[in-house]
Design a binder for this molecule. Structure first.
Ligand SMILES: NC(=O)c1ccc[n+]([C@@H]2O[C@H](COP(=O)([O-])OP(=O)(O)OC[C@H]3O[C@@H](n4cnc5c(N)ncnc54)[C@H](OP(=O)(O)O)[C@@H]3O)[C@@H](O)[C@H]2O)c1
Length: 306
């Protein structure tokens, strides 16, 4: 029988951190969790947008907003400090925020912006929060994509190919970031298992959902009219952001084991109820995962958990 969000049950007394919770899939996941009584921390790069989103989450749970710019490792560290200072227990960290495509831009630390945001920023957040995640026996949920199938990362990937690819193909880099999310979730699961850590690592692909993701890349490229049309078209042809959030909700269900990859399986994995899926061949090679882990540690200049 298909999994339905009603199976998640009440979440009163639990705290969830959701990155990029001001819009799209992250907002819908937050809405559902707050509706079940949870406290949701909206970790957002624009706190005004975050407060506006929080005001649209009526309860019975509660919300707070924390500033988080994943594209800047210094800002990630500031966010970690705020979260650690204000929480002594987390049920889950949902690494949802993401960007797709657009021109070749760099983070303040000099990494290509998509990889710097989607993968590296989240890796830094997980590493910074690790003691809290570990003592809380928390869930770490990484939102990948079925685009991860097209990722080209391998055990031979160089630091330049991962973080400063030339020539630049924005769509390919997006696929690589989502492959990195999926690889990272698998590797984290394996390392937790080996170390006997209670942390649970789950990867998600939301299928296709009508969000700002598609129009944003056009806006960034200065194609404002096309962005406007894209917004209208995606609203008509794609499933809602709420249906995109269902896989995230299944990922935080206590019945979902560590190492699982959750997502819709129908219509080329674009829609349908969230199911437990086989990890794509592009992300099932432990040697590739270990390589991305190693390059990530080098880029962060600090060891990741274990
Ligand atoms: N929509 C789909 O069909 C689809 C399919 C596969 C995977 N996904 C994945 O689903 C996740 C959510 O995306 P979405 O579709 O819901 O798109 P969205 O509506 O554009 O949401 C993306 C969120 O990420 C935030 N964000 C972007 N850059 C950030 C940064 N540097 N620091 C912190 N937050 C940042 C955005 O904040 P601002 O509002 O401030 O920009 C926004 O809240 C992404 O990881 C995406 O790759 C989506």
């Amino acid at each position: 029988m298909s999994w339905h969000p009603r199976q998640l049950g009440q979440q009163t007394g639990r705290t969830f951190v959701v990155t990029g919770a001001n819009s799209g899939i992250g907002f819908e996941a937050a809405r559902d969790l707050v509706g079940r009584g949870a406290h949701v921390v909206l970790a957002v790069r624009d706190t005004t947008k975050g407060e506006t989103a929080a005001a649209r989450l009526p309860g019975p749970g509660s919300t707070s907003v924390v500033e988080l710019d994943l594209s800047d490792l210094d800002k990630v560290a500031e966010c970690v400090k705020r979260l650690v200072d204000s929480h002594d227990n987390l049920s889950a960290l949902i690494c949802n925020a993401g960007i797709m495509g657009g021109p070749y831009l760099f983070t303040p630390q000099g990494f290509e912006r998509q990889m710097g945001t989607n993968h590296l920023g989240h890796a830094a957040l997980i590493a910074g929060l690790w003691p809290l995640l570990h003592t809380s026996a928390a869930r770490v949920v990484l939102i990948a994509s079925n685009e991860a199938r097209r990722g080209l990362l391998s055990p031979r990937t160089t630091r330049e190919e991962l973080f400063n690819p030339v020539p630049y193909n924005g769509q390919q880099v997006y696929s690589n970031t989502k492959q990195a999310n999926l690889l990272f979730a698998q590797e984290l699961h394996r390392r937790c298992e080996r170390a006997g850590s209670p942390v649970i690592s789950v990867a998600v692909h939301p299928g296709a959902a009508s969000t700002n993701l598609f129009a944003r890349q056009l806006e960034r490229a200065g194609r404002v009219s096309l962005a406007r049309v894209t917004k209208m078209v995606t609203k008509v042809i794609l499933p809602s952001a709420a249906s995109g959030a269902r896989a995230t909700l299944r990922a935080v269900d206590d019945a979902t084991p560590s190492g699982t990859f959750v997502g819709p399986a129908r219509f080329g994995q674009l829609r349908g109820p969230p199911e437990f899926l086989d990890v794509y061949p592009s992300a099932s090679d432990p040697a590739t995962a270990a390589r991305i882990w190693e390059l990530t540690e080098q880029a962060l200049g600090r060891p990741l958990p274990f």
